[in-house]
Every structure is written in structure tokens, then in C-alpha cells.
Design a protein. Structure first.
Length: 365
């Protein structure tokens, strides 16, 4: 991947630690909404905004965590109760679960014997493996579903972070414009059902792929419309007109952000495409960080310096680097703080999904 050609700078930020408390423990209103949601099976956006105080609804990050928590608990947030789909419990493989799934068969006698200590400890590799596996609890259906939910939650965090970053959105909008002229661009970005890895099979011979490309083009168009809707809503807030209902506008922005993240997931990007997006953010973060490092270094030198001429020199250079940082942030349409937050959220989502996947692999060995 080619290196980004832009000046290097970074906004000095303080990474705040993630609190140990869940959102319902932090806010009693959230606990009340969860109780209502569990009773009805869903919540209305109006209910959420009526019950939550303005100091919470004005914090996008807190509001995002609240919506994620609702999703984790199976509580859907909708505009209209009449638009709810009929709710049936579906198992991970798509079958309707009417009765409890039978437990797996017991572990083989050797594993049980090793785990219980009936077989003496030994350096024999096979017995060491059996002893280790005897300590791993086998998954039942409930366990599989729980791990699948954790994988889904981690993936959702990654796409939510990507969808809310201005740099990534601008890239997707550029791709949308290019794909209008040549739809084959989409083929390089997404997982296609019948794609030929060697590229020898003509695109026209794969109608399923063509259908998927058309579907993704429609999704990109929806992303562009939602992005414009969010920009327009934010401009309304900045105008500060008395006629603007601030609570309603903020609610519409949050709804659009959730829809945007969901659409991003539907695109089904290849791992390579997703990694390119993430690596682009990391490259920009590295560029910005270089300038921030220079600012910090000169600030430390300035504190130690006694000579007036040298102090003036450091002050001028600090100002120069700070101006460069602002220039870069304007160019990228994102502050360094926003980029660092996006990368941090992506890392958290990836770690959660990877850990759940690893547990699934170990349990199925």
C-alpha cells in the first residue's frame, strides 16, 4: 500500500479509560428503559429521548453505548411499533428453536480420566493434550449462540467506528462515484458468491455476482443519502435558529448513524478492503503523531531553556507545528482526536470478536 503524501502532525489527546460500570449502572434512566424494552420486546425512539436527560442525549459516545446495550439485550429501537417484524426465536443456523437442544455426548473416557486425575501426570504429549482439553468446557447450543453474539457485537463495533469516521465515509463516497462509471470496481472490494479467484471467468457468466454488485450499488447510494442527511442536520444545529428542535434533530442524527453502520455491514467488504480502510486511518494517525511529538518535544525544551533567544525560537517552532496540525486536520476533515478514537474503537471491536472466535475454536477441538 502506498504511503500517504501529506504533512505529518497529530493533535495531542488524552485517551480516557473505559469505565467498569455498564450503562444501566451509570444511568438509572437506562435501567428503566431496559425494563420497559424487556417487557414489550422493543422501544420507540421517542421513548428513549423522552426518558433520557439532555446531558446524556447530547453525548454521542454515551448514546451509542446505550443503543449497543439495547441490541445486546435483544431490544429493538424503532420509529413505529406497527413496523416491527414478527418475533420468533431463531437459532444460529436459522432453524426455529421449539425445544431445548440435547446436550453433547460425554467426553471420551480418556479425557475424563485425565481431567479427573485418574491418569498420572506425564510428559507424554498426547496425554498432556488430553489433560488440557479435559479442562475445556464443551459448548452446548446456548454457549454457541452466546459466542456468536459476542462475535457479532465485536464486528458491529468495528463497522460502527468506520461508518462514523469522515475519512472512511469520503472514501466510500468516492468509490460510489467511480462505481457509477465502472461497476467492476465493486468486484475488487466485496465478497462475491461465485467469484473466480484467478479472474478467468468472465463477469457476464456469473449472474449471482452481477445481482450482488447491483445490490451493493444501491447500498452505496443509500449511504450517500444518509451521509447528506447527517451533514444537513448538523448544519441545522450549528445555525442555532429558534425554529430548530434540537432534541428532534439530534435524535434524527443518531438514527441515521445507526442505519449507516448497518448499511456498511451489508456491503460485505473483503478482509483486504476492510484492512485497507483501517490501515489508511493508522497511516494518517502516524502522520499526525509525528507533528504532535515535535510539539511535545519543543514544549519540554522550552521549559528547560533559560536563554531568551532560544526560548523565542522554540515558541515560534511550536506555533509552526500547531498550525501545521490544524492544516492537516482540515485536509483530512477529521481531528487527530477523532482518528485516534476511531482506531481505539476498531481495536476494541476486533479484540472482542477475535477472543470469542478463539474460544469457539478451542471448545470445538
Amino acid at each position: 500500500m502506498s504511503r500517504l503524501r501529506t504533512p505529518s502532525v497529530e493533535l495531542e489527546t488524552i485517551d480516557e479509560g473505559v469505565g467498569d460500570l455498564s450503562v444501566e449502572e451509570k444511568y438509572s434512566e437506562v435501567k428503566q428503559l431496559i425494563a420497559i424494552g424487556k417487557e414489550k420486546g422493543f422501544l420507540l425512539y421517542d421513548e428513549v429521548y423522552e426518558l433520557l436527560p439532555e446531558e446524556i442525549t447530547s453525548l454521542p459516545e454515551e448514546l451509542d453505548e446505550i443503543y449497543i446495550r439495547f441490541n445486546d439485550l435483544g431490544i429493538e429501537v424503532v420509529d413505529d411499533a406497527e413496523k416491527l417484524p414478527t418475533a420468533k426465536e431463531i437459532t444460529i443456523d436459522g432453524a426455529v428453536e421449539d425445544k431445548e437442544v440435547d446436550q453433547r455426548e460425554e467426553v471420551q473416557a480418556d479425557i475424563v480420566a485425565v481431567a479427573s486425575g485418574a491418569i498420572d501426570k506425564t510428559n507424554d504429549p498426547v496425554r498432556m493434550y488430553l489433560r488440557e482439553m479435559g479442562t475445556v468446557k464443551l459448548l452446548d447450543r446456548e454457549g454457541e449462540v452466546e459466542i456468536a453474539k459476542r462475535i457479532e457485537k465485536g464486528e458491529r463495533k468495528v463497522y460502527k467506528a468506520l461508518s462514523q469516521n469522515r475519512i472512511i465515509l469520503e472514501e466510500i463516497l468516492k468509490i460510489n462515484e467511480s462505481a457509477r462509471k465502472d461497476s467492476k470496481i465493486i468486484r475488487e472490494m466485496v465478497e462475491l458468491a461465485n467469484g473466480d479467484e484467478d479472474g478467468f471467468e468472465p463477469l457476464e457468466a456469473r449472474p449471482a455476482d452481477l445481482n450482488k454488485i447491483e445490490e451493493i450499488m444501491r447500498i452505496f447510494e443509500q449511504i450517500a443519502k444518509l451521509d447528506k442527511k447527517i451533514k444537513d442536520a448538523k448544519e441545522k444545529l450549528l445555525d442555532g435558529k429558534k425554529s430548530t428542535n434540537e432534541v428532534t434533530v439530534k435524535k434524527n442524527i443518531e438514527k441515521a448513524k445507526v442505519s449507516l453502520a448497518n448499511l456498511m455491514r451489508l456491503v460485505d467488504f473483503t478482509p483486504q478492503t476492510r484492512n485497507r480502510m483501517i490501515n489508511k486511518l493508522r497511516d494518517i494517525d502516524s502522520e499526525l503523531s509525528q507533528t504532535v511529538a515535535m510539539v511535545r518535544k519543543d514544549e519540554q525544551s522550552l521549559k528547560r531553556e533559560k536563554d531568551k533567544t532560544r526560548k523565542d525560537f522554540y515558541k515560534r517552532r511550536i506555533t509552526k507545528y500547531q498550525e501545521k496540525l490544524v492544516e492537516l486536520e482540515t485536509f483530512y476533515l477529521s481531528t487527530h482526536e477523532e482518528i485516534k478514537r476511531t482506531i481505539r474503537e476498531i481495536r476494541q471491536g476486533e479484540e472482542e470478536a477475535d477472543q470469542a472466535k478463539q474460544e469457539l475454536i478451542v471448545a470445538n477441538l
